[in-house]
Design a protein around this ligand. Structure first.
Ligand SMILES: [Zn+2]
Length: 249
């Protein structure tokens, strides 16, 4: 089910155990070759694919297309919400659905800057609504082993071969293939948890080898991510056992 395509009376009669699936992305620079909307477009594409596979178990909520992107602000076109505003937006989207009786929420995220904020937002919702079922996942983490296997040992970077290939599959008309670049300097020595802005580690706003991207890789990555996400959301939609008892929330 797709929330935006239903009428209010149709929403009224839905099962309240349906999983409200919220794609979250970003509107931020993606190098010289990918569009600003890459992160929300991919999160939404995966959200739509999950819904198409599980139409009776999933209610697809409109994508939150603006994310937490202060580290990309040196590049034109980036829109960034402060973490506080972003967390509040998630809380209030969920709160609106809770007001109408829904209680299972799954955030499908496509932008790394949102991850800590998604966790905090859901922790806060759990505090105010203990009977809600809540989970969040970054699609590229859920499918990390497949991505690494398909892309020759690398994980998801930024506007890199993985993301560019996915866009070549999902929105090929928006990829400027004559502008692909390899970019993104890793700090030497590598320091775990180092906080940087993107312009401090990348000349063109890319982290990875975008020139390695291909339509074929994109198709394989897309299928792998969809398979993993359908599996995850389907588990979340089913019975979860905690302390030997079916979880009631
Ligand atoms: Zn991205």
């Amino acid at each position: 089910m797709i929330l935006s395509e239903l009428t209010s009376p149709q929403v009224e009669v839905l099962s309240r155990e349906i999983v409200c699936l919220i794609p979250t992305g970003a509107t931020e620079q993606h190098g010289p070759h990918l569009p600003i909307g890459t992160d929300w477009m991919l999160a939404e594409a995966f959200g739509k694919a999950v819904e198409a596979n599980l139409p009776e178990q999933v209610l697809l909520v409109p994508t939150l297309a603006c994310g937490v992107s202060p580290h990309h602000m040196a590049f034109a076109g980036t829109l960034s919400l402060s973490p506080t505003v972003y967390i509040q937006a998630i809380q209030e989207m969920i709160g609106s659905l809770v007001a109408h009786g829904f209680r299972r929420f799954y955030i499908l995220n496509g932008h790394g800057g949102n991850t800590p904020a998604n966790e905090l937002a859901l922790r806060m919702v759990k505090q105010s609504h203990p009977n809600c079922w809540l989970a969040h996942a970054d699609y590229y983490q859920v499918a990390n082993s497949d991505i690494s296997q398909l892309a020759g040992g690398v994980g998801m970077g930024h506007a890199d071969e993985v993301e560019t290939s996915l866009m070549l599959h999902c929105r090929p008309e928006l990829v400027q293939t004559h502008k692909l670049v390899d970019d993104g300097l890793e700090p030497v020595p590598y320091v775990s948890g180092l906080i940087t802005n993107f312009n401090e580690r990348s000349l063109h706003g890319v982290a990875g080898n975008a020139t390695q991207a291909s339509v074929e890789l994109g198709e394989k990555l897309y299928e792998a991510v969809v398979g993993r996400m359908v599996q995850e959301v389907s588990r979340f939609a089913g019975t979860i056992t905690l302390l030997g008892q079916p979880y009631q929330g």
